[in-house]
Design a protein around this ligand. Structure first.
Ligand SMILES: Cc1ncc(COP(=O)(O)O)c(C=O)c1O
Length: 372
């Protein structure tokens, strides 16, 4: 086992999903007692039966939300109520007993009160919170489990691709689809993610950063980009239109997507939820109608798309760099995250931190290595 402590918290160098904080919050569900009260524990390995349902049949749902530094002893969590509501919808789809929204908020408060101080006071860094609900019962019959567990862990993160919005090159996935009508694409189900790795690998081999998912029926409507939602900008200046594919059930309705739709409307831009085909995307980039494309998500915030590859064809979006609408929306959102601009009512939950002092979190290796 390697022992290492990560001390470099330069936002561009902080790896995604590795610098875990010192604690986790757990809760357990049984048919008799429902969900137990959330409990703070040291971050550490789990004990599980080799016959655990979640491991075999994937009855697992999760969320991803972020907390940003406020004053030295406080952090602000971005739209936790909306993430709690989506976790409830995901749980319902996977026949997992829903965790009350208040229980999730209580868990977030517990973890951040203990570990919020792990977030260095550096612009560009945030704490990513990962709640997960999983079937913990040991049985292998094909039926929903009768025992479940909840976990909340957190890690320090910078930007997803990079903290600056460098444009990405994207690859249109033609061999695989992410989700099916009536399936699980509209919720945050663990099993949605591993099947995307093969397509992501194809994209990487084609020299691209991310895979563009098309609709699963006609295979021509643009739905998402990897684990992010997509936006198109038609035109420019005050008459620019901001368009995102409608939440058809096969794409995940992102909290960032909803936030950007709100902020775009507040910037007096015309906002539409409307399907855009890959053919339209190409033709309208070439004739200058589509001027910008960007992706949105909690991890990546707002990421401009510079170039699209579809088989042997490729085209540039606008100038190939982050456009003015992309940057204005990104800035508006980041200003709310960092407290430079007031947040719409109910978007932020402030938690006072105690215990751990600001400083670099430990890497997973050092946590494991230190025997916790
Ligand atoms: C498939 C998928 N699409 C979109 C998103 C963006 O959602 P959000 O803005 O809530 O992070 C995510 C991330 O949760 C995702 O996994």
């Amino acid at each position: 086992m390697r022992h290492s402590t990560v001390t470099d918290t330069t936002p561009e160098r902080v790896p995604f999903g590795e610098l875990f904080t010192h604690h986790m919050v757990t809760a357990h569900w049984t048919g008799q007692d429902g969900w137990s009260a959330p409990r703070l524990e040291p971050f550490g390995d789990l004990r599980m039966s080799p016959a655990m349902v979640g491991l075999h049949y994937g009855q697992v749902v999760f969320e991803g939300l972020k907390a940003y530094r406020r004053e030295e002893d406080a952090v602000a969590v971005f739209r936790p109520d909306d993430h709690a509501a989506r976790l409830r919808r995901s749980a319902e789809r996977l026949a997992v007993p829903a965790l009350a929204d208040d229980t999730l908020l209580q868990a977030v408060d517990l973890l951040l009160a203990a570990d919020g101080g792990c977030l260095p006071d550096q612009p560009g860094l945030s704490l990513y919170l990962r709640p997960v609900l999983y079937a913990s019962e040991a049985h292998l019959a094909l039926r929903p489990a009768r025992q479940y567990a909840f976990l909340l862990i957190a890690f320090v993160t910078g930007g997803f691709f990079s903290d600056r919005p460098d444009p990405v090159t994207v690859w249109v996935g033609r061999d695989h689809t992410r989700a099916a009508p009536g399936g699980t694409g509209g919720v945050k189900y663990a099993g949605n993610y591993a099947p995307s790795y093969a397509a992501q690998e194809q994209a990487r081999q084609a020299g691209c950063d991310q895979v563009v998912w098309l609709d699963p029926v006609e295979r021509r409507w643009v739905e998402e980009l990897g684990g992010m939602n997509l936006f198109f900008v038609r035109g420019s200046g005050p008459s620019a239109q901001v368009i995102t594919p409608p939440a058809t059930g096969t794409l995940l309705p992102g909290v960032t997507r909803d936030s950007l739709l709100h902020l775009a409307a507040r910037q007096q831009l015309a906002v539409r939820e409307e399907p855009v085909s890959v053919g339209q995307w190409k033709a309208e980039c070439l004739d200058g109608t589509i001027t910008e494309t960007f992706a949105s998500g909690t991890a990546a915030v707002v990421t401009p798309v510079g170039v699209v590859r579809d088989g042997a064809q490729s085209w540039q979006v606008g100038t190939g760099r982050a456009g003015p609408v992309t940057l204005a929306l990104r800035d508006a959102l980041v200003d709310i995250h960092t407290g430079r601009a007031p947040a719409p009512e109910g978007w932020l939950r402030t938690v006072r931190t105690q215990g751990s002092r600001p400083g670099p979190a430990r890497s997973q290796e050092s946590l494991v290595g230190s025997g916790q």
